[in-house]
Write a protein that binds this ligand. Sequence first.
Ligand code: ISE
Length: 336
Amino acid sequence: GDIRVGVIGAGVMGADHVKRITERVSGAVVSAVIEPDTGRAAAAVAAAPGSAAFTSLEDAIAAQAVDAVLIATPGQFHEPVLLPALAAGLPILCEKPLTPSPVSSLKVMEAEQQLDRPHIQVGFMRRFDAEYQQLRALVDSGEAGELLMLRGVHRNASVAESYTQTMLITDSVVHEFDVLPWVAGSTVTSVEVKFPRRNASAPRHLREPILVLIGLENGVLVDVEMNVSAQFGYQVGTEAVFSQAVARIGQPSGLQLWQGGRFGVGEHTSFVTRFASAYDAQVQRWVNAVRSGALVDGPNAWDGYKVALACEAGVAALTTDGPVPVALPERPSFYA
Ligand code: ISE
């Protein structure tokens, strides 16, 4: 039958996933919404017929209401639900980041290694975006020659007052730390941050945009403009410089409009729409993996840990001149 998913956290992403599982994903239903805010919980339960609200994961487990969980709380709240979910042997799809620090990610991985196989998939949804997949396939094929550089832009229209300087790294560049090494077939070895002129329309406490230089083990150099006060909309794009070609993904591809002596193309305003089909594919493949017993079909906790190490270096790089090295320990055979 359908797997019964408990969605933990009913904020922007949690509510979006509840809707997705209920309306678009096959083989799963939302059986439980675990959310302390009663207003949010009620809205999510109303969107998922047959579901029930719980204030804690432990209550939902005790009520035998869930076969798997999707964690959509902010990163600092992941560890406190990952540990009981693992102890109950539940398959888990955990929104990014796995946890905010390498120490906490290691603790989660130790708990996971008590089980027979990996149970955690991390929600780095960009890997499920069709264009990133095409770019990775192009790198793999060798048809464009050797990959030399990746040049990324990551632009948000604006951010809430609660968004902090370190979140530029841990909440936003976190995606590039996962997906760009995945595209390049390599791993992060160093992170450096440069500061261009500050955008006066950024929240007062933020010094941004920032330029992040990411060194990869295979010699490819990655640069990312991280900009959270771009005003015009939401844009994530990558240019790949090869020895024999240049490729570009993430250009606006919406409505083309000629009006009033001008030409324009529709652009996104939020990651919710920009990556909607990537999120759909990610959740459908996770559900299929849970049903088949594979449990994970995408980035796992080891990938989440590698990103946590890169983020730690990235946060240090915010206050360091020059590159901060990233040392990667050996991968446990559990994650082979
Ligand atoms: C947000 O949490 C996300 O994950 C988005 O993909 C990213 O673009 C945004 O900067 C983050 O705050």
